[in-house]
Design a protein around this ligand. Structure first.
Ligand SMILES: C[S@@+](CC[C@H](N)C(=O)[O-])C[C@H]1O[C@@H](n2cnc3c(N)ncnc32)[C@H](O)[C@@H]1O
Length: 260
């Protein structure tokens, strides 16, 4: 296994408290934003795949827009939460890792192809090398129909260098508390979150658990170059949640790209 490949023990116990911590709020914002993106770009997807779907919130909401959704994630714990949320709705959930994945239609044996593929939150920032990111873009490209759309958001370099470096975030809600210590390693261009969680158990005792998450950001010109190289036309490249152009101080971008 390449040195840089992350194992997905990260989304282990975190999975069971993800929604309770309101971490699913981003998916809600993104689906509302997607609705506007679809209108602006004339996107009318019938069948979609949410990559790194986590606890399934985006799948749930995109399905409510009438799209037949499936999901993929590398963490079986996150997928278990998604399965609970989507129970009884005949939504396919794939336990697969980026960057290289291949989804086959169980009836025809052919590769599945979608009108729309989404990937929200920091998910693509978990790919720590340019090579892996490009491979992931290739995998996405090969699972889209001709003219199909890929919509994703990502943290920018400025976000990891400033919002992450040396910052401590803490929060608490009924039965759960967390402290996240963030740091940025400028030499290696990696951001690390040392996340400590405290969860109240049924017997009233509190349990502590920890996860370390590592992310990398890529420059805007590089992202666009990689997308074009694998065969996408970049139709929109926005400050996330808006339709304004990306600026130097943009912390999160949203790319709307179409298979050529
Ligand atoms: C920040 S969460 C986002 C989850 C969801 N998209 C959302 O918006 O709430 C990142 C997700 O990416 C998944 N993930 C990270 N790296 C992955 C990889 N290489 N392959 C598959 N899934 C991955 C994690 O398991 C986790 O569910």
């Amino acid at each position: 296994m390449p040195k840089e490949k992350q194992k997905h023990e990260q989304y282990n116990r975190f999975a069971s408290v993800y929604d309770a911590m309101n971490a699913d709020m981003h998916s809600k914002l993104m689906v509302e934003y997607c609705h506007r993106i679809f209108k602006k770009h004339g996107i009318r997807p019938e069948i979609g795949l949410d990559l790194c779907c986590g606890t399934g919130t985006a799948i749930d909401l995109l399905s409510q827009l009438g799209i037949k959704m499936s999901g993929l994630d590398g963490s079986s714990y996150m997928l278990a939460q998604a399965a609970k949320k989507l129970k009884g709705r005949k939504i396919k959930l794939y336990h697969k890792q980026l960057p290289n994945f291949k989804l086959l239609d169980t009836k025809s044996g052919e590769q599945c192809r979608f009108d729309l593929i989404t990937c929200f939150y920091d998910s693509l920032n978990y790919l720590l090398t340019q090579r892996d990111l490009k491979r992931a873009f290739k995998s996405v490209h090969s699972h889209l129909k001709e003219g199909g759309w890929f919509v994703f958001d990502m943290n920018t370099l400025i976000a990891l260098r400033t919002l992450w470096d040396g910052q401590v975030y803490a929060g608490e809600k009924e039965g759960i508390a967390w402290i996240w210590r963030n740091e940025y390693d400028a030499k290696k261009e990696r951001a690390h979150v040392h996340a400590t969680f405290f969860e109240e158990q049924r017997n009233g005792k509190w349990e502590r658990f920890e996860e370390v998450h590592t992310e990398r950001a890529y420059s805007n010109p590089l992202l666009k170059k990689l997308l074009r190289e694998v065969g996408f036309a970049v139709k929109g490249y926005y400050r996330c949640y808006q339709f304004a152009s990306v600026a130097r101080d943009t912390y999160r971008i949203c790319a709307v790209v179409q298979k050529r």
